[in-house]
Ligand binder design. Structure first.
Ligand SMILES: [Zn+2]
Length: 196
């Protein structure tokens, strides 16, 4: 059976989220690296994040041959969003700081580790992490570890920390609509049983 999908947000046409996707500018550039298995998830939050930010690029793959070229970005400091032992907590830019080229692995930290293994250039990047992560609004997949956020929530938290007082919460609008729609579709009773 043919179900038309929106070519931009890749949702079924009747559930297109494009009207809710903002076009936010930022000082920070983002490079989101997505494993092909994540691209097939109905809740592809990395894609929503990339669509809503002017300075974000999403790449899908396992080995990223183009990485040396992509990381050489004049005027930006490349770093990896990953909670390694040496990671520094993201905080607001000082006036004379070069903005970050923030490389964001999509998916769980386990998948991110695999991505680092397959792309050794990533392991050479300074690592940055988030402070005081609030509870995820991502209620559909039980978070595998405390403080685990969906990719779009992690990106909003990172940009809010770097570029305060600017807020990037508008980026979450299509994500929240998506979650509300999914919960409505599965039925409130089933949701309560499985996710609370
Ligand atoms: Zn759409």
């Amino acid at each position: 059976m043919f179900r038309p999908i929106c070519s931009r947000c890749q949702r079924p046409s009747g559930h297109c989220l494009c009207a809710l996707i903002p076009a936010l500018d930022s000082r920070t550039r983002l490079l989101i690296l997505q494993h092909p298995s994540e691209a097939r998830h109905a809740l592809n939050t990395a894609r929503l994040a990339a669509l809503g930010l002017c300075k974000a690029e999403l790449l899908v793959g396992e080995v990223f041959e183009d990485l040396p070229r992509l990381l050489e970005c004049p005027g930006y400091r490349p770093c990896l969003l990953f909670p390694g032992e040496q990671a520094t907590v993201l905080s607001r830019y000082a006036a004379d700081d070069l903005p970050l080229l923030l490389v964001v692995p999509d998916g769980t930290w386990r998948k991110a580790r695999k991505l680092l293994y397959l792309n050794p250039l990533l392991t050479a990047l300074p690592q940055v992490t988030l402070n005081n992560v609030s509870a995820s609004r991502y209620r559909l997949r039980k978070a595998p570890e405390p403080g685990a956020l969906s990719t779009i929530e992690a990106i909003v938290a990172a940009l809010d920390a770097l570029e305060a007082p600017q807020s990037f919460s508008a980026l979450l609008r299509p994500f929240e609509a998506l979650i509300d729609g999914q919960i409505a579709a599965m039925g409130e009773a089933v949701y309560q049983r499985n996710h609370l």
